[in-house]
Design a protein around this ligand. Structure first.
Ligand code: SF4
Length: 401
């Protein structure tokens, strides 16, 4: 099994539908909610916006874990899969007890051995609980790691706070250090604060923390939230990256996805770009639900009647809520269908299209921003495009100053 972090892992789940975009393929990826609670209290967190989470067990129950492992083995066998992806998620997934984490990994190794299917594993964490023992376990079981850091302390600590309102960057950096001492180089995930300068985030991530591959995401929001525009932030982010960091090999997944889309390739991200949303979320009580971010649509918005106790993993595709999200990710609203950035934007993140009146039948709540951002990115990259004569693909080259 190869060590992949969540960024790398998610990229593999994108662009798998080039030939049959309307076909529902065998599920190949599950977001496993090891914990439904968190050890900190980020101001923008999407997870707790749906209070239904408090009706669920705080940790993945042992019964749900066992039932899921049985379903997973059946699923792999039934579809003859040779690769599957699990991302451990929360709340904060490392609230899950270490001894249970070890037991779960051993069960997964057993499934790999019996089926011959490679089960890639990754965890998305705030790293605060990553002590040396956690780092050793993640290393031992080859679990890729992504750490949430929003930037330097003055940016990170504005929103990523504990329950007393104190910043958490110092504890996160301690966890990062423990990971690195074990030889784990995590990916980094940031949520942008449009009121700040992205140059600070880039400088901090690349020069201070030495991280060369990460993602910066817009805050999750629906049309009911009326979020501030993100255009100026992402335009500046693109310019700083393109002019200063791209040639050094620094990669930012959302920017990669924009360029992929603009030159006619499939997106590598679910934030931006055309492509189906077929994520399955395993809830701590064994329920099988759609993509967890859809919880921002409101109370019980991801609730299904599916559970590992009575359903096969593939059955989730028959659930109306899962199916609605999947179909919404493929069938865009009329405004998006006639948009010049349709291929590259794809209507943005499916959760960001939600309104109570029209459900997913809207452009992204960040539509005006995306248009400005795509126009700008295209203006910057188009003079550098090379069309290979006789070949179907186009490629970009870094700008020369
Ligand atoms: S820019 Fe707006 S209209 Fe165009 S595809 Fe994106 S969300 Fe839809």
């Amino acid at each position: 099994m190869a060590n992949v972090d969540t960024l790398e892992a998610m990229e593999r789940t994108q662009g798998r539908f080039e030939t049959e975009p309307n076909q529902k393929p065998p599920i190949g990826f599950v977001l496993v909610k090891l914990a439904s609670r968190c050890n900190i209290n980020c101001t923008y967190c999407y997870w707790f916006r749906d209070a239904d989470v408090y009706n669920r067990p705080s940790l993945l129950t042992l019964e749900a874990e066992d039932a899921f492992c049985r379903r997973l083995e059946q699923h792999i066998g039934e579809f003859g899969l040779n690769r599957f992806l699990l991302i451990f998620h929360g709340g904060e997934p490392l609230l899950f007890p270490k001894r249970r984490f070890v037991a779960l990994q051993e069960k997964l190794l057993g499934i790999e051995e019996r089926t011959g299917c490679r089960i890639d594993r990754a965890v998305c964490t705030n790293a605060i609980l990553v002590d040396q023992e956690w780092a050793r376990l993640l290393k031992r079981y080859d679990v890729g790691v992504s750490v949430s850091i929003d930037g330097p302390p003055e940016i990170h600590d504005r929103h990523r706070v504990d329950f007393k309102g104190n910043g958490t960057i110092a504890d996160t950096l301690r966890g990062l250090e423990n990971l690195r001492e074990e030889g784990i180089e995590p990916g980094l995930i940031s949520v942008c604060n449009p009121a700040t300068d992205p140059e600070q985030v880039l400088a901090y991530a690349v020069e201070k923390l030495g991280i060369g591959r990460f993602d910066i995401l817009p805050p999750d929001a629906t049309h009911a939230d009326n979020p501030p525009p993100i255009a100026d932030y992402f335009i500046r982010l693109f310019d700083v990256w393109y002019d200063r960091y791209a040639s050094k090999g620094v990669r930012i997944r959302t920017l990669d996805a924009m360029i992929h889309g603009l030159v006619g390739n499939f997106s590598v991200s679910d934030t931006i770009g055309l492509g189906p949303t077929d994520t399955v979320t395993l809830m701590p009580d064994g329920a099988l639900e759609p993509l967890d971010v859809l919880r921002i649509a409101g109370h019980g918005s991801t609730k299904t009647n599916m559970s590992v106790f009575k359903n096969a993993i593939q059955d989730v595709q028959d659930d109306p809520r899962w199916s609605e999200a999947f179909q919404a990710s493929l069938h865009l609203c009329e405004t998006c269908k006639s948009c010049e950035f349709l291929d590259s934007c794809g209507g943005g993140h499916v959760a960001h299209r939600w309104s109570n009146e029209r459900r997913f039948d809207n452009p992204s709540v960040y539509c005006d921003s995306w248009k400005r951002i795509f126009e700008h990115v295209w203006r910057r990259i188009s003079p550098t495009l090379t069309i290979e004569y006789g070949g179907p693909r186009m490629s970009t080259a870094p700008a020369r100053e």
